[in-house]
Write a protein that binds this ligand. Structure first.
Ligand SMILES: N[C@@H](CCC(=O)N[C@@H](CS)C(=O)NCC(=O)O)C(=O)O
Length: 212
């Protein structure tokens, strides 16, 4: 039993927005607690007690009978939410359907999001030049290749909305202006439909990324 909302510490970043969208889609009550990363609030002692790495997102889940669960790592949190509310972020069905979701989820995490984050970090470290640009192009190319996932299905891993769509939509939102949508009619159809989901809009608005 959970009578308290989950505390979600976060900021307006893809890692945090994925978690907010997952909580919204799963219908779990939560309380977004925004941290100002530019002002270094993630390094304050109170927050470091929750996550010594000084990074968001972090959730604190106080279920009635157990000790509070403190979880860091956005994707571990997504899997936790998916398991906590069956039938919301995984397809109903067996291991085969679930395997496709894992495959696509990992595709967006490793081949698109991680590459885009690497470009972001190179830029923040002051490395302008070709390397961050090459990584950006690689991330955009990998995201564009997802056209094939939605050619014959409604969502990126089949006929139901899943974790894989959450991973895909946050990075598509971040790269929106750099994608040649005219070449990707099915991905564009998918993007518009996912961006119109009330839970996705509420999740994106949790830390002020978009008005809900
Ligand atoms: N692998 C971690 C990465 C967490 C992370 O890098 N968080 C960033 C925001 S997206 C952060 O807190 N940056 C502040 C800092 O490093 O000081 C996850 O997926 O949760």
């Amino acid at each position: 039993m959970r009578s308290n909302p989950i505390d979600l510490y976060g900021a307006r970043t893809g890692n945090c927005l994925r978690v907010a969208i997952a909580l919204e889609e799963a219908g779990l009550p939560y309380r977004p607690i925004g941290l100002n990363l530019q002002q270094g609030e993630q390094q304050e002692a109170k927050f470091l007690a929750l996550n010594p790495a000084g990074k968001v997102p972090v959730i604190v889940d106080r279920t009635d009978n157990d000790e509070a669960l403190v979880l860091t790592q956005s994707n571990a949190i997504l899997l936790y939410v998916a398991e906590a509310v069956p039938g919301t972020l995984f397809p109903v069905g067996g291991a085969r359907q679930r395997a496709i979701v894992y495959e696509r989820f990992c595709y967006f995490l490793t081949d698109v999001i991680a590459v885009s984050h690497a470009a972001f970090h190179l830029r923040s470290d002051g490395q302008k030049g070709a390397s961050p640009q090459a990584l950006d192009l690689r991330a955009i190319k990998a995201l564009s290749a997802a056209e094939r996932f939605v050619k014959t299905s409604t969502f990126v891993a089949g006929e139901t909305f899943t974790l894989a769509d959450i991973a895909a939509v946050t990075i598509a939102f971040a790269l929106e202006r750099h994608i040649d949508w005219s070449m990707l009619p099915q991905l564009h159809r998918w993007y518009r439909a996912v961006m119109a989901r009330p839970a996705v809009l509420r999740g994106l608005a949790a830390f002020g990324a978009r008005q809900g």
